[in-house]
Ligand binder design. Sequence first.
Ligand SMILES: Nc1ncnc2c1ncn2[C@@H]1O[C@H](COP(=O)(O)OP(=O)(O)OP(=O)(O)O)[C@@H](O)[C@H]1O
Length: 301
Amino acid sequence: MKTQSKFVEISHLVKEYPNPYGDDFRVIEDFNLNIKKGEFISLIGHSGCGKSTVLTMLAGLNEISDGGIIVGDKEIDGPGPDRSVVFQAPCLMPWMSAYGNVMLGVKNIYPHATKAQQKQIVEHALSVVGLADSMKKYPSEMSGGMQQRVGIARAIALQPKVLLLDEPFGRLDSLTRMELQDVIVDIIAKEQLTAMIVTHDVDEAVFMADRCVMMSNGPKASVGEILEIDFDRPRDREKIFKDSQFFAYREHLLAFLEQRSHIKDKARIFSDKSTLGFMSEQELHDFQVKLGVPPQPAQGH
Ligand SMILES: Nc1ncnc2c1ncn2[C@@H]1O[C@H](COP(=O)(O)OP(=O)(O)OP(=O)(O)O)[C@@H](O)[C@H]1O
């Protein structure tokens, strides 16, 4: 059951990456977002706008240049057991079974739990993702989808308050993708987790989330628009995919992205012109920075 309390508070977030060719590259500027406890946010935007940058800052894996993030009532300062991340590639230890891979994190986070308690946590997490019968399998004996299930089990075994998903299904075929979307949606509801997913997939963004946060193009990207998704939970895939409201949400997101892609196209046209000598390197650099294309080193001739 969702509560209305503000659980994650992202305030005036800024991220600058160092740029050896000039001024630091300010990817994110004044990004503000409050997330309620138990809420599921999807973060969508054009490639390179800074979605993963926001997610990894929330995970505490990427330094915050300015602004701050509060989770619960604590300002984050690096990674912590209250947040866990599922990345696109699960990066499992090949010499360990599914059980061993999940146990690795559990031992780290719960060193004082008894062996029986640790075992129970690992077995529960693997069962939740549907791997109760495959705990002894090694990564080489598992499909990509099964390996990602282990990655999800490893994340939830840490019993986080916030689950962060960075394009977790990007490498999977569409059937496996749908299966794992359902797994995540069920887990979030059962374990009452707060979650954020970074995705390029508009259908996924709508189906999974309570709110879709659309990011403006970088540099200096921020929240462009927020769309509330008013579908009940638990979510019934078949019902939702036949609902006209689903298509309305989908169109809304696509329109937002399409509108921004014209800006990108202009950048590409100007970039092409430059190679034909219509723009000076400095003009191209300034224009690319303005439009969200990361500054490139000067081309040697
Ligand atoms: N460590 C880094 N150092 C310098 N620049 C970086 C670094 N990480 C990301 N960037 C740049 O910051 C910008 C945002 O990157 P980020 O990966 O957050 O975007 P994204 O929206 O998640 O992209 P995609 O959808 O393609 O995964 C990009 O221009 C990227 O090149």
